[in-house]
Ligand binder design. Sequence first.
Ligand SMILES: CC(C)(COP(=O)(O)OP(=O)(O)OC[C@H]1O[C@@H](n2cnc3c(N)ncnc32)[C@H](O)[C@@H]1OP(=O)(O)O)[C@@H](O)C(=O)NCCC(=O)NCCS
Length: 190
Amino acid sequence: MTNRPAQPRLETPDLLLRPYVPGDALAVVRVCSDRTVAAFTRTIPHPYSLADAEVFIQRVTSGWEAGTGAAFAICERWAGGVESDPIGSVGVMIDAIDVRGEIGYNMAPEHRGKGYATQAVRALCGWCFEGIGLRKLTAHYMTHNPASARVLERAGFRREGLLRGQAFKWGVAHDLVAVGLLREEWQPAS
Ligand SMILES: CC(C)(COP(=O)(O)OP(=O)(O)OC[C@H]1O[C@@H](n2cnc3c(N)ncnc32)[C@H](O)[C@@H]1OP(=O)(O)O)[C@@H](O)C(=O)NCCC(=O)NCCS
């Protein structure tokens, strides 16, 4: 048993962001099996197995209970209050000492270009600042990932630097752009 409150559900115009449940494992496999999801993220392997998904769900569930992070399954909101299976993921890893969080996200290829990641990231930012009182959010993206850069730019993140050779994916070193958003810069309605 845990004394932690239940992880909330967040809504955007098109999406429901909700905690993962064990039954999401197959949907997680469908999203994370896309090669570009693995290519642009540090820890997602390729190919991606059902066991990988089960470990992921277990890890993020424990992370919420430990207060070290929160991961949300991104689902489409359909008419009649029905929601889709997860089509993407957004989450934050919390540094309690510095009262800040590092965010990450992905979206299934067939749902890209609809503004969904932007909606999800903005909803996560709002909750991080207004719901759990974080002071700063950070993110990192590879220099050849313009879609991720755009999502963060639209949420208000500002470039803070270039980390040379910071990521090492599939035998290749990649520079990472570091961006950040301070609570006082956050603009909920923009
Ligand atoms: C990054 C990712 C989450 C974006 O998801 P999405 O739902 O398509 O994002 P959105 O539709 O909200 O916004 C994407 C923006 O990038 C732009 N974009 C997409 N591809 C682009 C490209 N090749 N060059 C420039 N801009 C691009 C889109 O036009 C859109 O901007 P706009 O709203 O101003 O038109 C998705 O591409 C993905 O899952 N990629 C693989 C995993 C990943 O990169 N995760 C982030 C790691 S840092």
